[in-house]
Design a protein around this ligand. Structure first.
Ligand SMILES: *Cc1c(COP(=O)(O)O)cnc(C)c1O
Length: 388
């Protein structure tokens, strides 16, 4: 059976050209970048060249890129790093109620250590209102963290507007751009951010490598202590193959970007329209237009997301019931709850995320298979009988 992968927001297959670019770092150029003989210098050359190429894709300077083990570490570094560096100036952090667990749990950790956290609400489309942010700011606010696009429902937040507010008041501003880098244009200056998290494995690069963009002059307390790699900001021998693969993936992602965005948007809207037309009592979650070109998130009443997922899997179709990180527990999605979706419905979202190898036939296959699964499940459903 041909398998259809529609969970690109969880991770992406590594692009064959990325794998090819990484191979020399495993054999002839295996050196440690800190070594001063030729093997080391060669490896260091690779790392610095990659840093420059990655920086260029987001309109940053190369010394503003700090490599990390991925998005989670970049988020933790940004949030804890700023909080500890600015502890003397204030203890108030503003974030949103729809962040990825990496940001949310880092904030909760700080909350337990004397920091005050404001979790901004969102509207029913998952959008943050910059006016709410303005109201939440106090003279103790040291950090604002708002994600660029939500990983569950795909809503794109008004980052540039928030960036203006933060800049005017001189408050450090972080965005988790893991879902947008490589997917839509990202320019750190247009967005007005001081810190921006990214990861390679969501843009056809390898797992275990990411980066934090740190605007010149931003003070961060490091939490990886050891050697003076990354200009003393993040100790540990560089993941040279990962870094080289990350740079290649970034460049590939931004080649012919507008064409790919259009292609995905077309497939996305086809899938959305098809589901809403073919399955009654189904609804789209997230913003109808301000959403990632590859994200479809729906609620299908009188079904369970998890059960739909397992039934689709039997047909070779891989999707997600919310996000990869929360799919192993039965808690309703905090994102849907924040959007005002009732608890009993927030249990059953179904998320399709499309990507480079998604073709129109895949979408047609979903539209052929899913309505039958829904009918079958509803026939067995105790909800439907009682609710009519
Ligand atoms: C995947 C993801 C992360 C975590 O990145 P890892 O590299 O997997 O640690 C953080 N934030 C968002 C929005 C994500 O989608």
């Amino acid at each position: 059976m041909k398998r259809i992968y529609l969970d690109y927001a969880a991770t992406t297959p590594t692009h064959p050209e990325v794998v090819k670019a990484m191979i020399p770092c495993f054999n002839e150029s295996f050196g440690n970048p800190s070594s001063i003989y030729s093997y080391g210098q060669e490896a260091e050359g690779f790392v610095e060249e990659a840093r420059e190429r990655i920086a260029k894709c987001i309109n940053a300077g190369k010394e503003e890129i700090v490599f990390t083990s991925g998005g989670t570490e970049a988020d933790n570094f940004a949030i804890k790093g700023v909080s500890f560096a600015k502890e003397g100036e204030g203890n108030h952090i503003i974030t949103t109620s729809i962040e990825h667990h990496a940001v949310m749990e880092a904030c909760k950790f700080l909350e337990g250590r004397g920091f005050k956290i404001t979790y901004l609400p969102v509207n029913r489309h998952g959008l943050v209102n910059p006016d709410d942010l303005k109201e939440a700011i106090t003279n103790k606010t040291i950090l604002i963290s708002v994600m660029h696009a939500n990983n569950e429902v795909g809503t794109i937040e008004p980052i540039a507007e928030i960036g203006k507010i933060a800049q005017e008041l001189g408050i450090c501003f972080h965005t988790d751009a893991v879902q947008t880098v490589g997917q839509i244009p990202v320019d750190v200056n247009e967005l007005g951010v001081d810190l921006l998290s990214m990861t390679a494995h969501k843009l056809y690069g390898p797992k275990g490598i990411g980066a934090l963009y740190v605007r010149r002059g931003t003070k961060l307390t490091s939490f990886m202590h050891g050697g003076d790699q990354e200009r003393g900001r993040r100790a540990g021998t560089e993941n040279v193959p990962g870094i080289v693969g990350f740079a290649k993936a970034m460049e590939l992602a931004y080649q012919g970007k507008s064409g790919e965005m259009q292609r995905l948007t077309y497939l996305r809207d086809r899938l959305i329209r098809g589901i809403l037309a073919k399955i009654d009592h189904s609804r789209l979650n997230g913003h109808p237009t301000r959403r990632l070109p590859n994200n479809v998130n729906v609620i299908i009443d009188f079904t369970e997301g998890e059960t739909l997922l397992l039934n689709l899997d039997l047909e070779g179709i891989c999707v997600s019931a919310g996000s990869a990180c929360s799919s192993s527990n039965l808690e309703p999605s905090h994102v849907l709850l924040a959007m005002g979706i009732p608890r009993e419905q927030a249990h059953s979202p179904l998320r399709f995320t499309l990507g480079r190898w998604t073709v129109e036939e895949d979408i047609e296959k979903v539209l052929e298979v899913l309505p039958n699964i829904v009918t079958k499940l509803r026939d067995m459903s105790p909800f439907l009988k009682t609710r009519g």
